[in-house]
Design a protein around this ligand. Sequence first.
Ligand SMILES: Nc1ncnc2c1ncn2[C@@H]1O[C@H](COP(=O)(O)OP(=O)(O)OP(=O)(O)O)[C@@H](O)[C@H]1O
Length: 243
Amino acid sequence: MARPPTAAAPALLELIGVGKRYRIGGESIRALDAVDLTLTGGEFVAVVGPSGAGKSTLLHLLGALDSPDTGSIAFRGTEIGRLDDDAQSQFRRRQVGFVFQFFNLLPTLSAWENVAVPRLLDGVSLRSAKPDALALLDSVGLAARADHRPAELSGGQMQRVAIARALVMDPPLLLADEPTGNLDSRTGAAILDLLADIAHEAGARRGVVMVTHDERATERTDRTITLVDGRIGADLRSERSSG
Ligand SMILES: Nc1ncnc2c1ncn2[C@@H]1O[C@H](COP(=O)(O)OP(=O)(O)OP(=O)(O)O)[C@@H](O)[C@H]1O
């Protein structure tokens, strides 16, 4: 397995002065406030902090699910904070894989079909996407379950399918929102190990950013960013990744 990168690895995402407010009725809620942050490929990053601190908001901005009100977000040097809706969805399809707490698999499709689904939007047939889907399922340890539907899989297996699906477009950025939140601790630990491998194996080509409430998760990440009231309260690299 490749070593985690040093801090000198090239930037995948660079946020400068990023702010985000939500308006409900006459009220304005500040979710993020002047966030400066550089994320590099090859890192497995945890975003932690109390409820309401802005973690999901940050993840949504990194994945172009939403736009900042202020500041800039550059992805490999190109501004993504001001894209129109079409360009945002293109960015998400090409550059980002998403993993969710509740897996979000399609219940009527088999494991390999779920993995192949993002390719269908490119006009690729299920049959021609199958070899890649099977190879990805194999890489997450699920070759033997390729024909099973989600209801026939355990939670950990469903999350492995969801991770394989998130990788099928070979995105440089993998974003995970509470990926262990619905798993027991042993299964969750195995999923964290898998996410760490995914960040490290691709070298500087891919970064993995995870929002988590799982305190043990930070034992396995290279870097832990703590948000407090919409600001970065701490940004710590683990000893593993320091050189
Ligand atoms: N769509 C929205 N409309 C209005 N306010 C929102 C919206 N989404 C988030 N907020 C508010 O923005 C702030 C940050 O929310 P966010 O969901 O980013 O926090 P979080 O750290 O992910 O919290 P949790 O750990 O509870 O998921 C909170 O005060 C929240 O109530």
